[in-house]
Design a protein around this ligand. Structure first.
Ligand SMILES: [Mg+2]
Length: 129
């Protein structure tokens, strides 16, 4: 089996050690659960390209925008949550599914980026937004 583009890039930098924390362990367990369920439901049959997967992540954000445009009603699928809560959850689910499928160290990347962001300048050096 050949490596995906995302796996190829990552395999070149995997020698860099990352911290194993409770957060990374929880993210890893959740990512595996999401990915295994997606496989069971046929979403990983055949080939999926990276662009398609990223576009589907975008689509969940668009669904979140539509939920807000319509007053953020309760979700049809999980009625104890609002539409924006459901769609943001969908974004994270799609990200974790993709990360697990491509053997990406997403939990450690999140933790590392959070720490890096704390070192950045106010508004990251003067960005407008
Ligand atoms: Mg959705």
């Amino acid at each position: 089996m050949s490596l995906t583009h995302a796996e190829t890039i990552t395999s070149e930098i995997k020698h860099v050690p990352v911290k194993d924390t409770l957060f990374t362990q929880v993210i890893s367990v959740l990512a595996k659960e999401i990915y295994e369920d997606a496989v069971k439901r046929g979403w990983w049959e055949g080939t999926r390209n990276d662009g398609e997967c990223l576009a589907l992540m975008h689509s969940e954000l668009s669904e979140g925008l539509e939920a807000l445009r319509h007053g953020n009603p309760p979700s049809d699928h999980i009625p104890n949550f609002s539409g924006i809560e459901e769609e943001l959850a969908d974004v994270i689910i799609r990200i974790l599914d993709y990360a697990e499928a491509n053997h990406l160290r997403i939990g450690a990347a999140i933790e590392t980026k959070v720490q890096f962001n704390k070192t950045r300048e106010y508004k990251h050096g003067g960005k407008k937004f």
